[in-house]
Ligand binder design. Structure first.
Ligand code: NAD
Length: 274
């Protein structure tokens, strides 16, 4: 029970397909007490039963990160109900639809600002607001994707946001390291979630990753959850500022595996061929 005695908050559960759900499950299975937040009233209906399933029906709070007063209120509620916290999970991202398809240069200044505010600045703001109630050895985790490092079709604006998020992790890691607080990210392979549904041709992305990852499979929220739990636990006590890939190894590939037909023409290995 690696998380025995640990208390923390997980922001970003929308339903039981969310990556944040996988992280919560793994933390609770390992003994943690988890508080949850929800974006709005329609998601509250989904998040409350999930919190109950994890024994935290009394630890569910509203938090729209675009509203600074809701972040402040969250801090007050956590202080009242949990006292100190040992971990924080930021599993939140949003970009207006116009930023997730078409020509990248057509993105508006407004859409750019919204994506950066919700997907990146919120990590800084949450860290700053919750810092007074963080315990020594507190661990903070956020979620990124490979589209923040290399071009991925249609990921467009979110790719730029993830690049900024990954650097935010590194600067926060240095800033908070002197207080014993760690900050890491998991760069997860593609998973079919609510947020992923906003990305054009996402099904192709899934097929491509399955075919071209060393492990020839897509990742699950349980696998991301287990790696997330490790980064939140004391098992990773000397790990900070890290972007940890949980992507079946896709990021190490420099070229897709190729097979040759009878005429010697190369074709891309497909459908998870071994
Ligand atoms: P999801 O839709 O289940 O979770 C996204 C969450 O963001 C939702 O709970 C939503 O309520 C929340 N959110 C959006 N705007 C918000 C706001 N203003 N205030 C508070 N919360 C807000 O999808 P997911 O795939 O689990 O996404 C979680 C994280 O994982 C995101 O950062 C996403 O970019 C990242 N990620 C996803 C994938 C993937 O393929 N699904 C891969 C790598 C990284």
């Amino acid at each position: 029970m690696v998380m025995n005695g640990k208390k923390g908050v997980i922001l970003g559960v929308a339903n039981d397909k969310s990556i944040a759900y996988g992280i919560a499950k793994s933390c609770v299975e390992q003994g943690a007490k988890v508080a949850f937040t929800y974006l709005n009233d329609s998601l509250k209906k989904r998040v409350v039963p999930i919190a109950e399933e994890f024994g935290s029906g009394d630890l569910v709070y509203p938090c729209d990160v675009s509203n600074p007063s809701e972040i402040k209120d969250l801090c007050e509620s956590l202080k009242r109900d949990l006292g100190e916290i040992d971990f924080v999970v930021h599993s939140i991202a949003f970009a207006p639809k116009e930023g997730l398809s078409g020509r990248f240069m057509d993105v508006s200044k407004e859409a750019f600002g919204v994506a950066m505010d919700i997907s990146v600045f919120s990590l800084i703001e949450i860290t700053k607001e919750l810092k007074p109630i963080m315990s020594e050895n507190c661990s903070i985790l956020t979620l990124s994707y490979y589209g923040g490092v290399k071009y991925i079709p249609n990921y467009n604006l979110m790719g730029v946001a993830k690049a900024a998020l990954e650097m935010t992790v590194k600067y926060l890691a240095e800033d908070l390291g002197k207080d014993g607080i760690r900050v890491n990210a998991i760069s997860a392979g593609p998973i079919k979630t609510l947020a992923a549904a906003g990305i054009s041709d996402f099904r192709f992305m899934l097929k491509w990753n399955e075919a071209h990852s060393p492990l020839r499979k897509n990742v699950t929220i349980n696998e991301v959850g287990n790696s997330g739990m490790y980064l939140l636990s004391d098992l990773s006590s000397a790990v900070t500022g890290e972007i940890h890939y949980v992507d079946s190894g896709y990021n190490v590939m420099g070229m897709p595996a190729v097979k040759f037909d009878e005429e010697g023409k190369p074709t891309i290995a497909w459908n998870g061929e071994k």
